[in-house]
Ligand binder design. Structure first.
Ligand code: ATP
Length: 355
């Protein structure tokens, strides 16, 4: 078992708290992505898992074994970093085999079998005899992955391994990671600030902000059911729309709502209430219908994958809309929007109401 337990871990640098009382578990055999903006503490948390940094307080356990005080070499984890550390005078095959060479529990035949296995999974068998210097950065990273996983440690840590790889090789590399993860069933923690990478790779994503984990969930759940305004904004391209709301009597009113919503139970009267809706969940048409709002089309750009990304103005409120079809009016023209009530989310002081 190689479940990872992070037991109330805090890391301070002087007076600055980089990791703030994180308390969670990564399940055995899962790929967990740590996702968040630059500076949120992902690398610091990862370095503590690797043993390169010591928590200020709290404990780290691998499969029930307390490793908090152990140095990296005693933790039995594989690691892959932004810049692969490799031996230029050794071949690809020798680099992959290296961590197993002094391991007496692995016979030469078994070592060979494992090296062959990762060469196949990573699709780099033709490069087996090449020297590292002859390889592109993408292929060097594959070798680094091969080396980290071939020794079959139960846990493998990846710290932004695709950052320096050019965009096409990056997709290939992500595909290779996924295959490795599926085949070898090691527990993987993968740090990234790239939501597409996290959505593609992860069994679960831990969304980080300011040293804390805001949500730990399956990729689709994180996208569809954010528990925080930050989550709604950070995931999605573009992220969720947020429109201020006011509470009048027992109702929530907002410029994005054609009809008020009933006030949810337990909402603090003095909370700052915001309505959230994803740009692709707003319907836009040329004709008014029951429950629609009129808006003015103010900006238009074609987004990726042929979708239309539009900005509209409802009174003074700007809203992003993402549709499959061309907007039904020219710039400056009037369109009609429906924000379906079952797609609308309410946030109070940044936290989702009812989540
Ligand atoms: P990035 O994606 O930019 O690497 P990150 O989410 O990995 O960001 P960390 O590198 O963990 O973030 O840094 C979190 C915060 O802790 C940052 O504000 C950083 O400046 C600070 N920090 C990290 N290491 C140290 C250190 N050794 N001394 C002082 N502050 C540090």
């Amino acid at each position: 078992m190689a479940e990872i337990t992070i037991d109330h871990v805090t890391k301070r640098f002087g007076g600055f708290t980089a990791v703030d009382d994180i308390d969670m578990r990564f399940a055995d055999g899962e790929v967990a992505c740590l996702l968040g903006p630059s500076g949120c503490g992902k690398t610091t948390l990862m370095r503590m898992l690797a043993g390169l940094e010591r928590p200020t307080s709290g404990r780290i356990l691998f499969g029930g074994r307390d490793v908090t005080a152990l140095p990296p070499r005693k933790r039995n984890v594989g690691m892959v970093f932004q810049y692969p550390v490799m031996y230029p005078t050794l071949s690809v095959k020798e680099n992959i085999a290296l961590p197993m060479v002094h391991d007496r529990s692995v016979s030469a035949a078994e070592r060979q079998r494992r090296v062959d296995e990762v060469l196949d999974v990573l699709d780099i068998r033709p490069l087996a005899k090449a020297f590292i210097e002859e390889l592109s950065l993408g292929n060097r990273q594959k070798v680094a992955v091969g080396r980290a996983v071939a020794r079959q440690s139960e846990i493998v840590l990846f710290d932004e391994p695709t950052t320096n790889v050019e965009v096409n090789a990056k997709l290939q590399l992500i595909r290779a990671f996924k295959l490795v993860a599926q085949r070898l069933r090691q527990t993987i923690v993968y740090v990234t600030h790239d939501q597409t990478e996290a959505m593609t790779l992860a069994d679960r994503i831990a969304l980080m902000q300011a040293g804390r984990i805001l949500q730990y969930d399956r990729p689709q759940a994180l996208y569809n059911e954010p528990t925080s305004q930050f989550g709604g904004w950070f995931l999605g391209n573009p992220g969720m729309n947020f429109v201020p709301a006011t509470v009048v009597g027992r109702e929530v009113r907002s410029a994005i709502l054609a009809r008020p919503l009933p006030l949810p139970a337990g909402l603090a009267v003095d909370a700052t209430i915001t309505v959230g809706i994803r740009p692709e969940q707003i319907r836009m048409s040329g004709a008014a219908e029951a429950g629609s709002l009129s808006a003015v089309l103010v900006d238009q750009a074609i987004g990726i994958a042929g979708r239309y990304l539009t900005k509209v103005r409802i009174g003074e409120t700007m809203v992003k809309v993402n549709t499959e079809t061309r907007p039904p009016a020219p710039l400056g023209g009037t369109v009609h929007l429906v924000a379906p009530p079952d797609r609308v989310m309410l946030f109070a002081d940044g936290r989702r109401v009812g989540a």
